[in-house]
Design a protein around this ligand. Structure first.
Ligand code: PLP
Length: 394
């Protein structure tokens, strides 16, 4: 039985911070009222809901009535996309990128099947879109631009502020506003998010990427944005996301976001140090590797995506798991969907893309974790390569 465990899959999900659990705990037992009820039990949880909304609004530099709690990052993305296009009588045009998470790509594909038109922007070899391409893609009937803040497989950050500035300029002279959404699931709690600086109309976050539980998300919607709900029921969350609010999780995401924002620099330095240690160690110890997205100056600090040529990423993951090391071949949600659409968009050759692994660091990882991986990984890669017919051929 393997005893040593190293978790390097923090971009898939994180452990829940003990302080967050402590903050949530009373809302499972003592403070369990429905926040819509007028009695004291309800008022108690309503207060927690209001305080949590205020906390998140202030950390995002937003107004309280611009914050909507949802059940996940996926749900926030879906509300943002369908919620905007549904306000139009005509089936308009949406612009997104080829490297979005499936929580954005699949809604866009669904729109296409229903008569909308979607442009998927290319990225360069570092995984970044070109602002020029975006400018050229804008049409008279464009209703929405959805570009992720940082990519979940390679960490590449997109020029959100520049896009926001450009859209503000053209919107001044347009009859139909082009709304701007960003999926900030991989940056929330890792970099400072200021919706006014980013100049976005809608922004998605998901709690389980920054030490809150799974199953709680946030959608920021700028005041004045014309948006329709995609589910119907009660009047919770201003009827944009009806359903009884999950108060313990709402309290949890607000606490986790608060803690993360109070420690942004320190955490960033920590994960960057670990990532660079692992990167340098891999480069030194293992031949025939490619660091995907390596030249990108604008990338989040906790993701390292490496291609180990001539072997299958999945086989490597299974072997790493046998040694107690958890990593990923990219998006956990993409498993079973074939190769990585992100690496494909970055023009990584298919042999290298097949052997790609994402290591993603979190605040609880240590140098000892990296040393252990550097001890085991070269042996595992060598073993797999010796069994690989592709390796023998080359
Ligand atoms: C960029 C991005 N968007 C959306 C999601 C979906 O978030 P959730 O798991 O909360 O549905 C993820 C999850 O990995 C992600 O990385």
């Amino acid at each position: 039985m393997q005893e040593k465990k190293v978790y390097l899959d923090n971009s898939a999900t994180t452990i829940v911070n003990a302080e967050v659990i402590k903050e949530m705990d009373p809302y499972f037992s003592d403070k369990y009222g429905n926040a819509s009820s007028i009695h004291s039990f309800g008022r108690q949880t309503k207060e927690a809901l209001n305080n949590s909304r205020e906390k998140i609004a202030s950390l995002l530099n937003a107004n309280v009535d611009e914050i909507f709690f949802t059940g996940s990052g996926t749900e926030s993305d879906n509300i943002a996309i369908f919620g905007i296009v549904n306000t139009k009588d005509k089936k308009g045009h949406v612009i997104t990128t080829k490297i979005e998470h499936h929580a954005v790509l699949y809604p866009c594909q669904h729109l296409e099947k229903n008569g909308y038109s979607v442009t998927y922007l290319d990225v360069d070899k570092e995984g970044v879109i070109s602002l020029n391409d975006l400018k050229q893609a804008i049409r008279d009937d464009t209703v929405l631009v959805s570009v992720m803040h940082a990519n979940n497989e390679v960490g590449a950050m997109q020029p959100i502020e520049e896009i926001g500035t450009y859209l503000q300029t053209i919107n001044a002279n347009r009859k139909n506003k082009v709304y701007f959404h960003t999926d900030a699931v991989q940056t929330a709690g890792k970099v400072c998010l200021d919706v006014k600086t980013l100049k976005v109309d809608l922004l998605t976050m998901s709690g389980h990427k920054f030490y809150a539980p799974k199953g709680i998300g946030v959608l920021y919607v700028k005041k004045g944005t014309k948006i329709k709900p995609i589910t119907f029921g009660g009047s919770q969350e201003n009827a944009l996301r009806p359903g009884t609010e999950n108060i313990p999780y709402v309290v949890g995401i607000a606490k986790a976001f608060d803690i993360a924002n109070a420690n942004l620099e320190e955490n960033d330095k920590h994960v960057l140090f670990l990532r660079e240690q692992l990167k340098e160690g891999i480069i030194k110890k293992i031949p025939e590797i490619i660091i995907n997205g390596s030249g990108n100056r604008r990338a989040i600090s906790n993701i390292l995506n490496v291609s180990f040529k001539y072997i299958e990423g999945e086989a490597l993951l299974v072997m790493l798991d046998m040694y107690g090391i958890a990593a990923s071949t990219g998006s956990a949600c993409a498993i079973g969907f074939g190769g990585s659409h992100v690496l494909q968009a970055m023009c990584v050759d298919p042999v290298s893309a097949q052997g790609a692994i994402r290591f993603s660091f979190g605040q609880y990882n240590t140098k000892d974790d990296v040393d252990y991986v550097l001890e085991q990984l070269p042996k595992i890669v060598e073993k797999l390569r010796l069994m690989s017919p592709v390796y023998k051929k080359f």
